[in-house]
Design a protein around this ligand. Structure first.
Ligand code: FES
Length: 220
């Protein structure tokens, strides 16, 4: 785990957009008034969606909105690595998994591509369009090596298709996420070998409903 600190250069101010504020209010309404601090994580996420990253003025604004000490919001923002504390690329934030299964399947080669095309890790590219970093396991180990790019997983990657994905983002395209060898979820290459009966998924195998005396129907 790297040390996570706020960016050295900070904007002078932060303001919630109308859309962000409306969503923040929706989250706050889910909790009792005296517990509205419980909405801090979704609101940090909304702010990140609005700005691309979480700045120090934004942390203060969230603290004011939730009646929380700023330090408490800062603690959350610096603890969870999903919150970006520096500006990130406008086209793509590439998070390459470097944990053991992905590393054994070629993560280092993917990171070499990122380095050669974008520059040093955790550094905004010269044109401001790309950032890449190494992250810990993203829970898609069966589809290693993989990377999360913006909000989506790209799996079964090779150096060649990682380079293509970066080129596509650079050209303003939106590459399709998912497996690069055509897998659905984490099934074996070539298709599923178990649980292949379509009846498992059309509801026909569900147990009948029985009714207990003086009660609502329940599943048998
Ligand atoms: S090790 Fe890469 S997703 Fe788990």
């Amino acid at each position: 785990m790297s040390v996570r600190r706020l960016a050295k250069e900070q904007p002078a101010s932060f303001a919630f957009s109308k859309a962000t504020k409306a969503k923040a209010d929706w989250w706050i309404a889910k909790y009792p008034a005296e517990r509205k601090a419980s909405a801090v994580i979704p609101i940090l996420w909304l702010v990140q969606k609005q700005e691309g990253w979480v700045s120090e003025p934004a942390i203060r604004a969230i603290g004011e909105l939730l009646a929380m000490p700023y330090i408490r919001v800062l603690e959350v923002a610096t603890f969870y690595t999903m919150f970006m504390l520096e500006p990130v690329g406008s086209a793509a934030l590439i998070q390459v998994c470097g944990t053991t299964p992905c590393m054994l399947r070629g993560a280092n080669e993917l990171m070499a591509v990122c380095k050669s095309r974008i520059g040093p890790k955790q550094t905004l590219s010269a044109d401001g369009r790309f950032t890449w970093e190494e992250v810990e396991c993203l829970g898609a180990c069966a589809n290693a090596p993989m990377a999360m790019i913006n909000d989506y997983y790209f799996e079964d990657l090779t150096p060649e298709n990682m380079a293509q994905i970066i080129d596509d983002f650079a050209a303003g395209k939106t590459p399709k996420p998912g497996s690069r060898v055509g897998r659905t979820s984490s099934e074996p290459e070539g298709g599923a070998l178990t649980l292949t009966d379509p009846k498992l998924y059309d509801g026909s195998a569900a147990k009948p409903i029985r009714k207990l005396p003086n009660s609502e129907p329940v599943t048998a």
